[in-house]
Write a protein that binds this ligand. Sequence first.
Ligand SMILES: Nc1ncnc2c1ncn2[C@@H]1O[C@H](COP(=O)(O)OP(=O)(O)OP(=O)(O)O)[C@@H](O)[C@H]1O
Ligand SMILES: [Mg+2]
Length: 237
Amino acid sequence: MLQNSIRGFSKKRPVTSSDDTLFSLEDVSVTFGNLKALESVSLDIHQGEILFVTGSSGAGKTTLLRLLAEQLKPDSGKILLPKDLIGVRLFISQVFQDLKFLMNKTCEENLFHSFDKKVYKNKKIFLGEMNDLCKILGITDRLHLKMEQANGGLKQKVALIRALLAKPEVIILDEPTGSLDVDNARKIYEVLSYYNMKKKLTIIWASHNRELVKEFTGRIIHLDSGKLVYTGHACFI
Ligand SMILES: Nc1ncnc2c1ncn2[C@@H]1O[C@H](COP(=O)(O)OP(=O)(O)OP(=O)(O)O)[C@@H](O)[C@H]1O
Ligand SMILES: [Mg+2]
């Protein structure tokens, strides 16, 4: 069901934007010792948008994501989060590079951990969505593997599915396709694009691979040595 809806979905999606600001950074800098990881960055992120954060290694992508996820505070400047801007603490799923799993459990058991009675009416609905996502991302036949046996690509897919099953309002992804080939990266985008359109999921996706994200619909911001040097829609570059 979900599977049929998602297939080919991204091809149909228009460029969307919204005026509801969820995150606002004003002249934000983050310093580690003498190093400016982010320098005077000003940026608004809107509800329901897909934002790609690009830049080469060390450009400051993860640092920016950590600010948004409240893992870091700026050394100067101002950052406003959803709780400040819309008065609600939104549920934000995070998929960072240091993926954390129950390593001696299987992929499937790790996914079961996302089941929350407060989020799903019953386990059948949860399992239906979980199985659909596993099929779409092509991991059904590897769900029995222990996490410690899983390769990087499988781990990234399990982490993404786990994050989506928690039904977040915002998802923050740090290099979610770093271990995947282009076709698999496109599948990940297609799934996320579906959740963006159908469930108004706000997506913040960091990638060093600008060529890849240029294929996708969304807004790109580009960081260079901690400075925000470009902002614009991916399809117009
Ligand atoms: N906790 C930290 N302590 C010291 N330096 C840090 C810390 N976190 C990041 N840095 C430095 O800040 C700069 C920006 O790092 P960041 O991880 O944000 O870059 P990135 O764009 O995510 O890079 P990559 O593509 O390699 O993940 C780098 O020079 C990095 O070494
Ligand atoms: Mg990084």
